[in-house]
Design a protein around this ligand. Structure first.
Ligand SMILES: NC(=O)c1ccc[n+]([C@@H]2O[C@H](COP(=O)([O-])OP(=O)(O)OC[C@H]3O[C@@H](n4cnc5c(N)ncnc54)[C@H](O)[C@@H]3O)[C@@H](O)[C@H]2O)c1
Length: 449
């Protein structure tokens, strides 16, 4: 079976390389010529652990090729995965489906044999049924072109592992023939007892957005409690641990901090609200608007803390550790860390940014921030250090590492990964999200009493 993957970004490039690893012949298709040229030369244009090795291996073996030609894909492949972007529409909450529509239409016009189109992009419910009609309008009627929706649950940073060993598979199908083809594509995962849900288009589309809405809600839930503990005292981490022991709740995704970002959660909860409104269900997903607002208020809180600790920010040197939306990724789409860095800059601070992988992408969006290529360069002479993405390199920071470099002795832990007592005992003003901020001078007085 020959497979094409349309759209070779974070999802598509990973899927293409992993399908080659599973033994298929694969053709990656994208409209971005520079990206296709890089991939064809075995160069991954983004950061994802383990993926460069797979890409090089299968480009070298000839099992994985790349093109900008839909005609080539349409003539050659039996199964076509759609992994193009579905970003937020400018000025709207709704998803922009122009890339999905364009890709499916180009494909339908190019397919010259019986084939299956498999949607992986995250789309509003109802999209697959609409695409079914689009395909029928533009395809050669003599061919059987199936359509399935197979949402993707990979996590950036773990994308290879998640693609090769998914925690579940969802097939939205309207024929057993298409289901059988998908079973053949995922034979290895199914042989390894990966749970499989075979369902209709609508459920498959909704599974993905429901999962992301739930995860976003869980993060904002603990962050809402942060607003209370910041006011009255209490330890947000202990609170999360204590409720997390309840198996019905679970501890994961209950880490208080600067909140969620990236190319999925923010736009997916907004698109879900927009879709519910289109369906006349304005109130149904309204709680997600609060989830979004709680998330965005975390960024305000960090800027407020910085001002509390430094006074007016004009001319203050601020070190920002991390701009990617999460560790082990260079993705800065809707990154809380980058947003905070820009706000500090706009308030007049001299911002030095260091992220192990995210600097280049951040610099494309906000070239005026001061990007440096080491933690040392960022924190040297900083009046305030902000830890905003929990890369391992930052989780291990100690006051002793920082003392020779920075006189400021002020730090904001935006991810709750440092030990407050360690920093406070070393004489630092230590602030964290979900923690009532007490300057170290006041703590010293409290200790003296
Ligand atoms: N990134 C993730 O972790 C992840 C996880 C699950 C689901 N998703 C979903 O997968 C989809 C893709 O996300 P991504 O992060 O890979 O986006 P991305 O922006 O990294 O990649 C999208 C790619 O599609 C290409 N493209 C756009 N229009 C095209 C067309 N007409 N023909 C061919 N290629 C075209 C773009 O050039 C780009 O390379 C989105 O719907 C997203 O919500 C992403």
């Amino acid at each position: 079976m020959r497979i094409s993957v349309i759209g070779t970004g974070y999802l598509g490039a990973t899927h293409a390389a992993c399908m080659a690893e599973l033994g298929f012949e694969v053709l990656g298709v994208d409209i971005d010529l520079a990206k296709i040229e890089a991939l064809a030369n075995g160069v991954l244009p983004f950061h994802e652990p383990g993926l460069p090795e797979l890409l090089r291996k299968h480009v070298a073996s000839g099992r994985l090729r790349f093109t900008t030609s839909f005609e080539e894909a349409g003539v050659w492949a039996d199964v076509h995965f759609i992994g193009v972007g579905t970003p937020q529409r400018a000025g709207k909450h709704a998803a922009d489906l122009t890339f999905v529509d364009a890709a499916v239409r180009s494909l339908a016009e190019s397919i010259t044999k019986d084939a299956l189109i498999v949607g992986k992009s995250t789309v509003p419910v109802g999209t697959a049924r609409r695409l079914r009609e689009l395909i029928d309008r533009h395809a050669d009627g003599a061919r059987r072109i199936g359509l399935a929706w197979n949402p993707e649950f990979l996590r950036e940073g773990f994308a290879v592992r998640d693609t090769l060993s998914p925690d579940r598979l969802v097939f939205g199908v309207d024929s057993t023939e298409d289901e059988e083809l998908l079973r053949a594509v995922y034979a290895d995962a199914l042989a390894a007892d990966t749970p499989l849900i075979v369902t209709d288009f609508e459920t498959a589309e909704l599974v993905k957005v429901a999962a992301n809405a739930f995860l976003a809600t869980k993060i904002s839930f603990i962050n809402a409690f942060s607003e209370i503990t910041e006011m009255v005292g209490g330890d947000i981490r202990t609170l999360a641990d204590a409720i997390g022991y309840d198996a019905r709740i679970g501890r994961r995704f209950l880490n208080a901090g600067v909140g969620f970002g990236g190319g999925c959660l923010p736009k997916d909860i907004r698109a879900l609200q927009a879709r519910a409104s289109e369906l006349g269900l304005d109130r149904t997903m309204r709680f997600l608007s609060e989830v979004d607002l709680i998330n965005l208020r975390r960024r305000d809180r960090v800027v407020h803390l910085a001002e509390t600790m430094l006074g007016p920010l004009l001319g203050k040197k601020v070190a920002v550790l991390g701009v990617a939306f999460k560790p082990d990724s260079d993705d800065v789409r809707d990154s809380p860390a980058l947003d905070i860095a820009v706000r500090l800059f706009n308030s007049g601070a001299d911002v030095a940014v260091y992220d192990p992988e995210g600097n280049a992408n951040a610099a494309k969006r906000f070239p005026r921030l001061g990007y440096v290529d080491s933690l040392e360069a960022a924190v040297t002479d900083a009046d305030l250090v902000l830890l905003l993405t929990e890369w391992n390199e930052f989780r291990q920071l100690t006051p002793a590492d920082m003392m020779p470099l920075t006189e400021g002795r002020k730090i904001i832990d935006g991810r709750n990964v440092l030990d407050p007592a360690e920093w406070e005992h070393a004489g630092w003003d230590f602030a964290a999200l979900g923690k009532r901020f007490v300057p170290v001078s006041d703590l010293a007085e409290a200790f003296a009493e």
